[in-house]
Write a new protein. Structure first.
Length: 148
């Protein structure tokens, strides 16, 4: 009878060990899903990083989709012309970057004084595709803004 209990204990221990190994194997196969991220770099035509540029990422409403598009985020580039965005879902977003490269100057003498703006405003537009578990890196080159 004791031989029976020894075999039973041995078999139960083996079964518990196999179950534990299988459970751990299935658990380790699942990769955690990370939010999609975008690292946007803004440069000028010479490749120099542009600090303090305003970068806006937003979705564009498609006519054939009834779900409202309400994703948007705005950030200002750091000293090396970079901004980092993180969104909850994969998506294709429109990128709009603008840098006000202007100076305001007073003109005239009282009572005929005014302000003139000297300089250019630089812009860049495009799209970025965000996918889960990935950091999408894009570089946008600022140029003269197109007016409609």
């Amino acid at each position: 009878m004791t031989e029976f209990f020894k075999k039973m204990t041995s078999n139960l221990t083996l079964l518990a060990s196999i179950t534990l190994v299988v459970a751990l194997a299935f658990q380790s196969c699942k990769e955690p899903v990370e939010n999609p991220k975008a690292e946007i770099t803004i440069v000028d035509s010479t490749g120099t990083a542009i600090p303090d540029a305003k970068v806006v990422l937003f979705c564009v409403q498609r006519a054939d989709v009834s779900v409202e598009c309400n994703v948007a985020d705005t950030q200002i580039t750091d000293g090396v012309g970079k901004v980092n965005f993180e969104f909850a879902n994969p998506s294709v977003l429109r990128v709009s970057a603008i840098k006000y490269n202007t100076v305001e100057r007073d003109t005239g003498v009282f009572p005929d004084n005014g302000i003139i703006i000297i300089g250019d405003t630089l812009c860049a537009d495009g799209f970025v595709t965000l996918e889960a578990n990935e950091v999408t890196e894009e570089i946008f080159v600022l140029g003269k803004c197109e007016t409609d």
